[in-house]
Design a protein. Structure first.
Lengths: 147, 230
């Protein structure tokens, strides 16, 4: 009951503080590798945005944008991890990374592990800084069920 | 706009918003499909107008379960506005007296005004917003620009300065649009274009649709206030 109240109260009494400060922005990077002892990591950005969108694609996205909305949820999960709500958010991110990775490949994935990290991008003076704020534990790729 | 008409339009619009969100969800999410299938069925019932009070209550319970499932809103402010609209129209149906029904619906209209006014207020007290730097940062390194090429806007400081002030001034003067029906309609058109722009540039399509669903409440409230002779 208390949890339900905590979840619904911000909707009933919203703060409406949109973009009040431009906080460091999270990026999710993941690495898939063979063998739990592997130390080399080849980090890839999770769902990088396209280089360019045509006007037709932009208009289409006003009506249909599920993948982008899911990516925004991933950003919320990244921020929640940093706020201490780790378990649910880590699981949500890991599931989607695994699903995307499996969907992109057809090969057999024996003994593959996955890990992700959160890189926060911010501006300090005129410089753009990136710093790794969180690195997830390793998980076996096959352990992550469908979302 | 009469109270009954404004509430009915809001019901239909929020049902369409939830329907759209649910179909989007089902296209990417394989777990928890049941919650969204039930939501779709209830949205159809709400549009048709069958057992409306109970359907609204069912949608509130469904929204709560979805909040639990994602441990919070799926898409921040847009989900919160959706739940706020839903709770307001649900209260309208369960309040015993007309005055209380109007207070519930008026609360939604008031929150819509505050959504602009507070948003403008928190920006204007920030020096980075006043200089245009904050909006440049949104384009430069935030997660929102829908494509890499849009990040190039960060290099247009004069344009961003003008855009920042246009947004802040519009948000802060929004409550004054309530002074007449013409100014309110003009303000809502501008606000709609603003949300459409955010949907195009930042991919925030959910905000666009859900904020539109709250507009009938403010159109009704303004008429109600004018009727009272203020």
């Amino acid at each position: 009951m208390l949890t339900s109240m905590k979840l619904i109260l911000p909707a009933l009494i919203p703060s409406w503080r949109f973009f009040d400060v431009i906080a460091p922005s999270p990026r999710i990077e993941f690495s898939v590798f063979e063998g739990v002892d592997s130390v080399e990591r080849d980090w890839h950005e999770f769902r990088p945005r396209p280089d360019h969108l045509s006007m037709i694609e932009i208009i289409k996205r006003v009506f249909w944008n599920p993948s982008w909305n899911e990516s925004l949820f991933m950003m919320s999960c990244a921020e929640r991890i940093m706020a201490g709500q780790e378990e649910h958010s880590r699981h949500a991110i890991m599931q989607r990374i695994c699903n995307d990775y499996k969907a992109a490949l057809d090969d057999v994935m024996n003994d593959r592990f996955v890990q992700f990290r959160l890189v926060f991008v911010s501006r300090e003076g005129d410089e753009i800084r990136r710093h790794v704020a969180y690195t997830s534990p390793l998980e076996r790729l096959d352990d992550e069920a469908q979302i | 706009m009469s109270f009954e008409l404004a509430v009915r339009i809001t019901e239909i619009m929020i049902a369409l918003v939830f329907l759209h969100q649910s179909v989007e969800h089902l296209s990417v999410c394989k777990r928890g499909r049941g919650l969204f299938i039930v939501r779709i069925v209830m949205c159809v019932l709400l549009i048709v107008g069958v057992y409306t009070p109970w359907v609204c209550l069912g949608l509130v319970i469904n929204a709560l379960l979805i909040l639990h499932r994602f441990q919070g809103p799926y898409n921040g402010g847009s989900d919160r506005m959706g739940v706020l609209i839903l709770c307001a129209i649900t209260l309208v149906h369960f309040m015993p007296e007309q005055a209380w029904r109007e207070i519930a619906f008026g609360y939604l209209a008031m929150q819509l005004v505050l959504s602009y006014f507070i948003s403008g207020g928190v920006k204007i007290v920030n020096a980075d917003w006043r200089s245009g730097r904050a909006l440049a940062d949104v384009f430069l390194f935030s997660a929102y620009p829908a494509s890499e090429s849009m990040r190039g806007w960060a290099e247009k400081p004069r344009l961003l300065f003008v855009m920042s002030w246009a947004v802040m001034v519009f948000e802060l003067v929004f409550p004054f649009a309530m002074l007449s029906q013409e100014t309110l309609i003009a303000a809502l058109v501008i606000a709609g274009v603003f949300h459409l722009g955010n949907a195009c540039i930042f991919g925030l399509n959910r905000f666009f649709w859900v904020w539109l669903a709250a507009y009938p409440s403010i159109l009704w409230l303004q008429g109600r206030i004018l009727d009272l002779g203020y």
